[in-house]
Design a protein around this ligand. Structure first.
Ligand SMILES: [Zn+2]
Length: 352
């Protein structure tokens, strides 16, 4: 094969005319000023095909040199002889294998993290010292409530209401066997929800108090939140979120965790909530309080299911409240009333 081509040396803009021939596995060029070059076929890479069957090529992969070969059939001939001719437009099989291996590794890490973290986080949470738990709880409560209310949250207190709530808290906490005192506070906000936070903290929003209709329902709700505390769920969730967001942002880009985490939370909340409902029923039983109010509370809340901004809201959308009410009733027990009507109205009017 003998043909002429224009050779750009990569330094000067003017092309040199060269005569090309293929000798063995080398492309040989002789320029019209007498210089000669040999390029191994393995180094030759196509930059672009030319109309008419020619091609612009890189005689040495990665170099700034270019050969423009107009001869028809040049592109097809080089494609046949040069093993890396198409490497710019197509992965070599080795590159493809590397990509496949890399993706498999990332997938393996993600699967391990997505499924392993929910198993490991509760164990880590149990090892966290109470002092760290308390410190973190205060910070989480402060920042979450400030974010929710858009300013300093208003804690509702008055003598009869606070006393009635403290009395309920004392009896249920004793039944929950928690290692540190529990603080149950009421915050003035329309959210129909209650949350358990690290540091043995429970926050009840006035929107929930306005929705519930008696003290037995409130006792059920608080027993559920104490169940989360006994299981150390809030701390486990904080730990899981930290690991998940670090790994997901690291592998998929900063901010990716913001999109993925809500789905992860929803996927893992179902079994946690079901187990916590059982723990709540057991706490009510040890406190001698009937569990029927707990089931009625879930039915009451089923009418306004919506997820709040907290990980451990009472109203996590999964499982549905009516299903939970049925499950609670199935393992329910009789007992006495959680409080007097006067105590309930005192608690209910805390924020009014
Ligand atoms: Zn819950």
């Amino acid at each position: 094969v003998n043909t002429t081509a224009r050779w750009f040396d990569g330094e000067t803009p003017t092309p040199h005319t060269v005569t090309l021939s293929l000798v063995g596995r080398y492309l040989t060029a002789i320029s019209n000023d007498g210089r000669s070059f040999q390029w191994p076929c393995a180094e030759i890479v196509r930059v672009a095909a030319l109309p008419g069957g020619g091609a612009t090529i890189m005689p040495v992969h990665g170099s700034p040199e270019r050969l423009v070969i107009e001869a028809s059939g040049a592109d097809a001939t080089l494609a046949k002889l040069c093993p890396n001719y198409h490497r710019l437009t197509r992965f070599s099989s080795r590159d493809r294998l590397t990509v496949v291996r890399g993706m498999a590794l990332i997938a393996a890490v993600l699967v391990t993290v997505l499924f392993g973290v929910p198993l490991a986080a509760p164990l880590i949470a149990r090892a966290v010292p109470a002092s760290v738990d308390a410190w973190l709880g205060a910070r989480v409560e402060g920042s979450a409530l400030t974010q929710l209310t858009g300013g300093a949250p208003r804690y509702c207190q008055n003598a009869p209401g606070s006393a009635a709530l403290a009395d309920l808290n004392r009896r249920l906490s004793a039944a929950a066997n928690l290692d540190a005192p529990v603080s149950v506070s009421v915050v003035n906000h329309s959210l129909v929800n209650a949350v358990a936070l690290p540091g043995n903290r429970v926050v009840v929003f006035s929107g929930l108090l306005n929705t519930l209709t008696d003290g037995d329902q409130l006792a059920g709700v608080i027993a559920h939140e104490l169940g989360h505390l006994a299981r150390r769920d809030p701390m486990a969730r904080v730990i899981a979120m930290m690991i998940w967001s670090t790994v997901i942002d690291g592998l998929m880009g900063i901010g990716a965790s913001g999109i993925v985490l809500p789905f992860l939370n929803a996927a893992h909340s179902r079994e946690v909530e079901t187990a916590t409902d059982r723990a709540g029923v057991a706490i009510l039983a040890r406190a001698g309080i009937a569990s029927e109010g707990f089931a009625r509370a879930m039915e009451q809340l089923a009418r306004q299911d919506r997820a709040g901004p907290f990980a451990f809201g009472l109203l996590d959308t999964h499982p549905p409240s009516l299903e939970r009410a049925a499950a609670i009733r199935a393992i329910g027990h009789t007992g006495r009333a959680a409080m007097t009507d006067q105590q309930w109205s005192a608690i209910r009017s805390l924020c009014r």
